[in-house]
Design a protein around this ligand. Structure first.
Ligand SMILES: Nc1ncnc2c1ncn2[C@@H]1O[C@H](COP(=O)(O)OP(=O)(O)O)[C@@H](O)[C@H]1O
Ligand SMILES: O=P(O)(O)O[C@H]1O[C@H](CO)[C@@H](O[C@H]2O[C@H](CO)[C@@H](O)[C@H](O)[C@H]2O)[C@H](O)[C@H]1O
Length: 492
């Protein structure tokens, strides 16, 4: 049987531990493969080799030996984490590849030296993954050295049909700090040979996998199919199947593709820029409030809603308690505010609640794009990455998104002040004005004014700030003062 030397089992953990999306920072992964899928290469006509389109991808499909998508379980943390690692094998180095794209080189018993790339960083790998979605391919481990009849993993592609068939020209990984890996793929309409406009799409490869429908796929598709243009047009998705913890097969999304909106800065950049230039934030914030209400109104119609019954209230109280406990672990000084925090949550549980519905779930300024000629467009409906998927897919309080955005205006002002660009008082006044304008815009198009539910809004802002304490402690300790000051303000 063909073999790799060193074997992947030795090479992969070292590489995985260095990835931004590896959740066990600082610890050594202990990996067990639970699935492997063979991904057919890019379509004929993808990545043309005649240099007609982009010389940078001339050699993209040449030298490719195979692509496989590994599902590996890291058993080192208390709760094991399942990762998706698509790999592209080549018999020669990929010209122009970024150093971080190479996972390792290894000797194959039949093929000689192989260069093993993160398939997301290999244009042929990304084109092949996109093809699996757009051509609705069925993927299995059949034909692979370590796949075979004993391997029960599967995947199938699904195309929404909202965009025409696509032919890939080139691909590049989107930089920046991300929980998943996103690849921007330039395509043209495959149904015509005429010179058409380049249509960029973004392929988002989920790195941490969960059993169940990914809300980013489900919620965005529901909105787009209802005709909403407040989300990018979805191209399709890849749904996987693998053996779950007790051996039963589970389903979960592996990837999605959607329209890419170039030249569209996110609201975080736009907002900070306005603040640095001393511009009044009110008009933009009001428009964002309106866009948010528009999306909430559609979601309440196209996806299931629920009564805020005793169970729902109990679940929320439990999750608030867990957040408080987690934040306390990170910042023990918060213990002094324990009773005050609990009192805010208790007051909210007993307040009037609106009907529960699907929401964005991790709403902040970085999740919204300012699209020329279209206005605010919302991205990333995955919910908070630190919250269990089972909770993220339940109908929730729309005020959670409102509170998320209110916190984000606070963050924008505080981050400019933290960088020395503004005194704290001016920053606070600016944030207050932006927050009020956002609420005015929301109220204008929603059925209710969130300010009429002060206890609920206060608890949800506090909950978000406690989440941010845990998030910043793990990812950006220098920013911890931002949510801590937020907590002070909310409790004042
Ligand atoms: N459809 C899109 N068009 C343009 N830019 C996008 C699109 N989708 C994502 N992006 C960019 O990629 C970034 C990360 O995307 P996101 O879906 O939030 O991924 P993650 O879950 O990894 O945070 C966004 O902040 C945005 O800048
Ligand atoms: O976009 P993600 O789904 O990865 O969200 C996570 O990271 C966010 C930071 O990038 C974090 O947001 C926090 O910082 C933002 C500024 O960088 C700020 O606008 C948000 O209000 C604040 O919550 C988010 O909480 C986290 O889930």
């Amino acid at each position: 049987m063909a073999a790799l030397d060193p074997p992947l089992a030795e090479l992969l953990p070292r590489w995985l531990a260095r990835q931004r999306w590896y959740t066990g920072k600082g610890s050594e992964p202990r990996l067990r493969q639970v699935g492997v899928l063979r991904v057919p290469g890019p379509s004929e006509g993808d990545l043309p080799v005649d240099g007609a389109v982009d010389p940078a991808v001339d050699s993209a499909a040449g030298g490719l030996v195979g692509i496989e998508d590994l599902l590996v379980l890291d058993e080192s943390p208390r709760t094991p984490v399942l990762y998706q690692v698509p790999l592209a094998y080549r018999d020669a180095p990929l010209e122009g590849a970024a150093p971080e794209a190479l996972v390792a080189t290894a000797e194959h018993s039949d093929l000689g030296t192989l260069w093993i790339y993160d398939a997301c960083h290999d244009p042929a790998g990304a084109a092949a993954l996109l093809r699996a979605l757009t051509e609705e391919l069925e993927l299995t481990g059949e034909g692979l050295h370590d796949g075979g009849p004993q391997d029960s993993s599967r995947a199938h592609g699904h195309r929404t049909g909202l965009l025409p068939a696509l032919r890939v020209l080139r691909a590049r990984v989107l930089g920046g700090e991300q929980s998943n890996t996103s690849v921007v793929i330039d395509t043209v309409d495959a149904t015509t040979t005429a010179e058409g406009a380049v249509r960029p799409v973004i392929l988002k490869v989920f790195r941490v996998l969960h059993a169940g429908d990914n809300p980013d796929v489900e919620v965005q598709q529901a909105l787009a199919l209802a005709g909403a243009d407040r989300v990018p047009q979805p191209v399709g998705d890849l749904l996987g199947q693998w053996p779950g913890p007790d051996g039963q097969q589970v389903n979960g999304h592996l990837a999605l593709a959607q329209e890419f909106l170039p030249g569209s800065p996110d609201a975080w950049r736009v907002t900070r820029g306005a603040l640095e230039r001393g511009e009044d934030p009110a008009d933009r914030a009001r428009a964002l409030g309106e866009a948010t209400a528009e999306v909430h109104t559609t979601l309440a119609v196209v996806l299931p809603t629920a009564e805020p019954d005793v169970d729902a209230r109990g679940r929320l109280m439990t999750s608030w308690g867990a957040r408080q406990a987690e934040a306390l672990l990170r910042v023990p000084a918060l213990r002094q505010r324990d009773d005050e925090i609990r009192a805010v949550f208790t007051a909210a549980v007993d307040a009037d609640w609106p009907r529960l519905q699907r929401i964005h779930g991790d709403y902040h300024l970085g999740q919204v794009l300012d699209v020329p000629g279209r206005g605010w467009v919302l991205l990333d409906f995955e919910g908070e990455p630190l919250r269990p998927l089972a909770e993220r897919i339940l109908p929730d309080l729309p005020e959670r998104d409102v509170a998320g955005m209110l916190r984000s205006y606070d963050y924008a002002a505080a981050s400019v002040a933290l960088a020395g660009g503004l005194d704290a008082e001016t920053a606070n006044a600016w944030a207050t004005r932006a927050r009020e304008a956002f609420l005015d815009g929301y109220t204008h198009l929603a059925r209710s004014d969130p300010r009429e539910q002060p206890a609920l809004l206060r608890a949800l802002e506090l909950d978000k700030a406690l989440y941010e304490v845990a998030y910043e402690a793990s990812n950006r300790p220098d920013w911890l003062p931002v949510p801590l000051r937020g907590i002070e303000r909310i409790l004042a």
